[in-house]
Write a protein that binds this ligand. Structure first.
Ligand SMILES: Nc1nc2c(c(=O)[nH]1)N[C@H]1C(S)=C(S)[C@@H](COP(=O)(O)O)O[C@H]1N2
Ligand SMILES: [Mo]
Length: 429
């Protein structure tokens, strides 16, 4: 696992040098323009001053997509009852208390949604996946949904987690203003995904041995940020990851993929940040040269005092833990409570979890429950509060690589990868 991480850093360092040297095709945006945007993104603004969403460009001059996206009724299609979700513009966060009593998988009715614009309406009959680019031996290839379903299928349990999950704690716990949606810990879910391995599709499409990058792109509206149209949501993946364990999923928890989660087909990239998991997949460029998009040059990089001037690319998720309790829960005094929670990491399975109820002075092992070694670990902890009053519950986990959760996450301006221990307030009354 640690060698993967090294590879990803080397990959990024190389790509960034190539990009800065102007070798790469910057997808119609000049390098100077991207650098300016990168600088703007690196300037921290308070959460409240940052709109959580941007408006889609009307009548954009994009190349015609193989399927059409009709005008949607709202940014998210499924019901968002307030007992299951916090909502922020085009996004909806799972309330952790809504996971109490649930099984291993996050049911679709409470799975978080992160949309840059709106859930598009896509006709599965006319939908096509188009593969193209210099990395294909015999030219472009198109697949229908029926074609895809005829290929050998695979099923995985995998988490999808927004890179900004936990972002609000940079501000509320560490006093640091960051920009972006002020998620607590509910921008994560685990589902059972069924589909076709990307490696199967790439091999059948005739991927060349010297291909280096693939760029999946969504069919949702182009994204406009700071008055600039950045085009369709897309982020390159190194071929090594694309060939290893990436899935093109058409089912989620045993049902056809729901509209909000990428119907008819989405990418699932185990262990990696949510932006890699492109929904409403329409095209995949396969290239023998490096590929770039604003989602790996301007966003989804760590900018800040402890990072290089051009930022550090993000691939894998970090370690996090959450209690299945309301934020600021009230618990009855004078009895023992069984606290439930989950811990997860992009590096692989969780090895141990500890809980503190005394401000972090003492830590005690939690008991692993349910399945071991999966996309997250469920756990429980018996707690009898000493008496009425205000408490902060803390949980911290260590994963299979030995990575744990620090007291403080080093600041980055866009508020990504918050992995510090979260103090969860409760009142015992
Ligand atoms: N086409 C497209 N794919 C996308 C996005 C998007 O807005 N458009 N959002 C990304 C981000 S930032 C995240 S965190 C995940 C969220 O997946 P979910 O909405 O199914 O939970 O989808 C990713 N894939
Ligand atoms: Mo995200």
């Amino acid at each position: 696992m640690s060698t993967d991480r090294t590879d990803e850093h080397e990959y990024d360092a190389l790509r960034m040098r190539q990009w800065l040297a102007g070798e790469a095709d910057a997808r119609g945006l000049s390098r100077r323009h991207l650098l300016r945007l990168g600088t703007a993104a690196a300037a921290a603004v308070p959460l409240a001053a940052t709109p959580a969403l941007a408006v889609a460009a009307p009548g954009s001059a994009a190349p015609a997509a193989p399927a059409t996206a009709a005008e949607p009724a709202g940014p998210i299609r499924k019901p968002l009852p307030p007992e299951l979700f916090f909502t922020y513009g085009t996004n909806a966060e799972t309330r952790w208390e809504a996971m109490a009593g649930q099984g291993y998988h996050t049911p679709v009715d409470r799975f978080f949604v992160r949309n840059h614009t709106s859930t598009p309406e896509i006709d599965p009959e006319t939908w096509r996946l188009r593969l193209f680019g210099s990395g294909l031996r015999h030219g472009p290839v198109e697949l229908s949904l029926r074609d895809l379903r005829r290929l050998p299928a695979d099923t995985y349990d995998a988490a999808i987690e927004c890179t900004g999950n936990g972002r609000s704690f940079f501000t509320t716990q560490q006093g640091q203003p960051v920009s972006g949606t002020a998620w607590k810990l509910g921008a994560v879910g685990v589902a059972r995904w069924r589909g076709v391995r990307l490696s199967t599709v790439l091999r059948r499409a005739g991927i060349r041995p010297d291909a280096v990058d693939v760029l999946p792109e969504g069919l949702d509206d182009e994204w406009v940020s700071g008055g600039v149209n950045l085009g369709r949501v897309r982020r390159p993946l190194p071929v090594a990851k694309a060939m290893r364990d990436v899935l093109l999923a058409y089912e989620m928890n045993g049902e056809p993929l729901p509209p909000d989660h990428g119907f008819p087909v989405r990418v699932v990239v185990p262990g990696w940040i949510g932006i890699a998991a492109i929904k409403w997949l329409g095209r995949i460029e396969v290239s023998t040269g490096p590929l770039f998009s604003p989602w790996n040059t301007q966003f989804y990089r760590l900018f800040g005092p402890t990072y290089p001037a051009d930022g550090e690319l993000i691939g894998r998720q970090v370690v996090k833990s959450a209690f299945e309790l309301p934020w600021a829960a009230t618990l009855a005094a004078g009895r023992t409570h069984v606290l439930h929670g989950r811990s997860w990491s992009g590096n692989g399975p969780i090895r141990r979890v500890e809980v503190s109820t005394d401000g972090g002075a003492s830590w005690h092992p939690a008991t692993a429950t349910g399945r071991r070694g999966g996309a997250w670990q469920q756990w429980s902890y018996r707690w009898r509060p000493a008496g009425p009053g205000a408490y902060a519950l803390r949980a911290r986990a260590v994963d299979v690589t030995g990575a744990g959760q620090p007291e403080v996450t080093p600041f980055n301006t866009l508020g990504y990868l918050f992995d510090a221990v979260v103090a969860h307030p409760v009142t015992v009354a």
